[in-house]
Design a protein. Structure first.
Length: 256
């Protein structure tokens, strides 16, 4: 008996943002079906990279946002600037004034990605961040996933009284939305998604390499390509050196 190999193919079904960068309020993008192609185009400053960074915030936590649209040097884009909706700054050399769409008040931002497989099953992963009036970084955040489609705006009541003790209280969210799983952080949330996709460790690494290539402004040298993009910096450099040396010693012993 011959058993056909079945591939559980997943496709992006929907992208939602709430108060993300220049997109005030709720924004939703519904990609074309898998048999068609979705093209995002527009003039500079219309939000193409902002949408790509929304995807990256969930799929590539801890990585720099798009440098290609920010010129050379480190990207000024970050979770706090996206929450505030920062669109410019002025500096006289001593003082810097930032211009934010949502500055000087409490606000929150969220991103949600909904995926669909060939059987019609849908899952949604999301992240949201809350900043109080004088916060320069999020004071509360939540990351999670749930079967089916989920509107990111459903989180809005949980940023206000009586739910904001604390904001995005996990127990309150799980009670309100049965089946919702709250992840420890964005990395754990991404791990769950990749497990749903059945991706190997090598495939996960390749997605990071492709993202780093896409988000870089230029590739000046081959050395930079490998050291800055393809190879991850070890957490303990000396441990990596010792491990490498031990490997060479084993090779020499075998040769002798």
């Amino acid at each position: 008996m011959t058993t056909a190999l079945r591939i559980d193919r997943w496709c992006l079904y929907g992208l939602q943002t709430y108060n993300w960068g220049g997109f005030n309020g709720h924004f939703q993008l519904d990609p074309a079906p898998p048999t068609e192609v979705t093209v995002i185009s527009g003039d500079s400053g219309t939000g193409k990279s902002t949408l790509m960074d929304a995807v990256s915030a969930l799929l590539h936590p801890g990585r720099d946002f798009n440098r290609a649209s920010s010129g050379s040097g480190s990207s000024p884009r970050s979770i706090p600037t996206y929450v505030r909706g920062r669109y410019g700054k002025d500096s006289d050399g001593r003082n810097t004034v930032y211009y934010d769409l949502r500055g000087g008040r409490a606000t929150w931002s969220g991103v949600a990605l909904t995926w669909c497989n060939i059987d019609g099953r849908t899952v949604t992963m999301f992240s949201a961040w809350y900043m109080n009036t004088h916060d320069d970084k999020p004071s509360a955040e939540v990351h999670g996933h749930i079967d089916g489609q989920f509107a990111i705006t459903n989180l809005d009541p949980y940023t206000k009284s009586p739910h904001n003790a604390p904001v995005f209280k996990p127990a309150a969210l799980r009670e309100a939305f049965p089946g919702m799983t709250i992840a420890k952080n964005r990395t754990r949330n991404r791990q769950w998604l990749f497990e749903q996709f059945g991706m190997s460790d090598r495939e996960k690494s390749l997605t990071d390499v492709l993202y780093r290539l896409q988000s870089s402004s230029e590739i000046p040298t081959v050395n930079w390509l490998f050291s800055g993009i393809i190879l991850d910096e070890p957490e303990d450099l000396f441990a990596a050196v010792r491990e490498s040396r031990s490997g060479w010693e084993k090779v020499r012993e075998t040769y002798q």
